[in-house]
Design a protein around this ligand. Sequence first.
Ligand SMILES: Nc1ncnc2c1ncn2[C@@H]1O[C@H](COP(=O)(O)OP(=O)(O)O)[C@@H](O)[C@H]1O
Ligand SMILES: [Mg+2]
Length: 156
Amino acid sequence: MLVGLPGSGKSTWAASRKRAVVLSSDQMRLLLSGSETNQRIHGRVFAAMRYLLRERLRLEQALTVIDATNIRRKDRKPFLKIAQAFGARVEAIYFDVPLETALQRNSGRARRVPEVAIRAMAARLQPPLLEEGFAAVKKVSANGGSAKAKPRSGSK
Ligand SMILES: Nc1ncnc2c1ncn2[C@@H]1O[C@H](COP(=O)(O)OP(=O)(O)O)[C@@H](O)[C@H]1O
Ligand SMILES: [Mg+2]
């Protein structure tokens, strides 16, 4: 499960994972409504993503990438619950880039998210924690380097 602001590099990273199937919320908006930026169908978009994740797990398909911002714990929980029901391992890949970097990258691409929306999301962002049920939390920094996040507080 990818976690990060718009412009943090999630979809670029996902595209480099050749063996993974990517379920992208932007792609789902396009499939369902003909527009990648349609924000009025949020509920349907995520219902469709959950449905496809469930079907893939039922068919024992390896490696599904959930490409959405997933910034709050409550955004992540439904996907985690589905994976847990199937005994599947879930990793969080956290795109821990500075707000200014995300804004800069966003402004440099064709499909721009409004800057105010990104700033509001940055204020609400809850970094993913092992406690939520992730088998691992990995960080991807602004330069694309990755590192394992610190273990949960209280454990060694
Ligand atoms: N590691 C990186 N370094 C520099 N630019 C990047 C990097 N990753 C992505 N970008 C650029 O930043 C923009 C946003 O990336 P994208 O993957 O679409 O972000 P997200 O899916 O998180 O919204 C794109 O124009 C992309 O080419
Ligand atoms: Mg994206």
